[in-house]
Design a protein around this ligand. Structure first.
Ligand SMILES: Cc1ncc(COP(=O)(O)O)c(C=O)c1O
Length: 485
């Protein structure tokens, strides 16, 4: 029987419990907020009253049979999946569980090179040998976006036995790729497609004004951060199982491995409410939001400081707004000026500032326009805020399909030594090296270092560019694995 999406079983049960006499002789130690430092008590009061644990009537996330089961069932129906699970450890925990649950012994994954670190960590834990797929550089947007179908076709032909393909959709800026074609191709080889849709939970509203959701395109498992684009508490996320290719018992097993045995009830309740919010979000609500966004965009006129990155309907997420900062202006300074006015962006890179917008209009366009105008006029007049020169760093060219020489399991038993950059050519890297921008690993842990890598790193160091790596002495060289024979 189809359930009514106007219900919030988990949230409502918690609220109901606050109305009953309740002597908390159980964890947590704040005892429904009665024992708490005075200084934070007022602010935390309401949330602590529902910060419960697995007492009678409140079910168990890891073996749900009551209110959590019902709340997840409502999500399963609304997202139209085989099973939807609530996550209290963000998409991070979902990505870990999704990959470990899909892993077939000894069979590698094809994985997008610019994946979130949780995906790379999952592959390391799986011990397998990764095959990296490079994202393509879109000149028009000056960014790396998705993987091309042709590269996946090439990889599927090269490697006959594969556990699955792991993709990120959309990218951080809300841009999507031809996911349907890739999924159909993978399924023609009976290979499952796992999608990190951390930034796209609202695509499940299934409206032509938004890009299509990975679930509607047939992905086998999808992980979505409900807290990123829907109104859920931070760390609230969903994992959706959408096919028979993956055993649900493996998913629930790994969700237990990676999640707390004392999950946060406020986060779980917010996931129940986020599903309720989306299920009851009408076409008119979306229309109103898009109109608000259109007005906001037209108030941010293109000028000397920035231009608005245009949107392609059905391809770009309209709830992401990106400003391309002009070359002569420092994007960090623009962001710091916005922050001084109380406006905090989501992300700032060398050339862009990204803003994520709410699913319901929540601020006055007039006030936002005033802030942007103020910042723009400050930047136009103050020459010291401008960049003197930008020393260009061309975008790296990666091999489109690149396998590591050893599995992570094999790397675990190998010793390491430190070598200077020039001596590192031909050796196997012990850590990833990621220049910002573009934020895509130039060298991945376990990858064989090539001359082009070293030339590029030396060039970046000379230009004093930011490089992210766990290697402590990266200014001079890095630790590499010692290969036998
Ligand atoms: C693409 C992508 N995947 C996964 C994550 C991890 O999500 P969470 O913060 O919900 O753990 C992030 C976080 O920013 C992300 O950008």
């Amino acid at each position: 029987m189809i359930m009514s999406q106007s219900q919030t079983p988990l949230y409502s049960a918690l609220v109901e419990m606050t109305k009953q006499p309740h002597y908390s002789m159980h964890v947590p130690g704040h005892k429904n907020g009665t024992v708490f430092p005075k200084t934070g008590k007022q602010l935390f009061k309401d949330i602590l009253s529902i910060d419960m644990t697995e007492i009678t009537g409140l079910d168990d996330l890891h073996q749900p049979e009551g209110i959590i089961e019902k709340a997840q069932q409502l999500a399963t129906e609304w997202f139209r999946t085989r099973a939807s699970y609530f996550l209290v450890g963000g998409s991070t925990s979902g990505n870990l569980a999704m990959i470990l649950a899909t892993q077939k012994k000894g069979k590698p994954f094809l994985v997008q090179r610019n994946s979130h670190k949780s995906i790379i960590h999952a592959l390391e834990l799986s011990g397998s040998k990764p095959i990296f797929l490079s994202p393509h550089y879109e000149e028009k947007y000056e960014r790396f976006t998705g993987v091309h179908k042709e590269d996946i076709k090439k990889a599927l032909k090269m490697y006959s036995s594969i556990s699955g393909i792991i993709l990120t959709y959309p990218d951080y800026y809300g841009r999507t790729t031809h996911l349907k074609e890739i999924i159909d191709l993978a399924h023609s080889y009976n290979v499952p497609v796992l999608v990190d849709e951390a930034h796209g939970v609202h695509f499940s509203l299934n409206d032509p004004l938004l890009p299509k959701s990975a679930l509607s395109l047939g992905a086998d498992v999808v992980v979505q951060s409900a807290h990123k684009m829907a109104p859920a508490m931070t760390m609230g996320a969903y994992l959706h199982l959408n096919s028979e290719r993956i055993d649900p018992r493996q998913i629930t097993h790994y969700l237990q491995v990676f999640q707390s045995s004392s999950p946060s009830y406020p986060i779980l309740a917010s996931l129940d409410l986020a599903r309720y919010f989306m299920a009851n979000y009408s076409k008119e609500d979306l229309q109103t939001s898009i109109e608000w966004i259109t007005k906001l965009r037209s108030s941010l006129t293109n000028g000397l400081v920035w231009t608005l990155v245009p949107l392609e309907e059905g391809v770009d997420d309209p709830f992401k707004l990106t400003l391309r900062i002009e070359d002569h202006v420092d994007s960090q300074i623009v962001a710091s000026y916005l922050e001084k006015e109380g406006l905090y962006p989501e992300l700032v890179d060398n050339q862009h500032i990204l803003f994520t917008l709410a699913l319901t209009p929540n601020y006055s366009i007039y006030q936002l326009k005033c802030i942007f105008e103020k910042v723009e006029s400050k930047l136009k007049t103050k020459s010291e805020f401008n960049r003197a020169t930008i020393e260009g760093v061309s975008s790296p060219v990666f091999n489109t399909v690149q396998s590591n020489p050893y599995s992570y399991y094999e790397l675990d038993s190998m010793n390491q030594e430190f070598v200077y950059w020039q001596e590192s050519i031909g050796r196997v890297a012990s850590a990833s090296v990621t220049p910002y921008p573009p934020g895509i690993p130039l060298i991945m842990k376990g990858e064989r270092i090539q001359r082009e890598h070293v030339d590029r790193i030396v060039d970046l160091l000379r230009k004093d560019k930011h490089i992210q790596t766990k290697e402590p002495f990266y200014q001079k060289g890095m630790h590499v694995y010692i290969e036998r024979g």
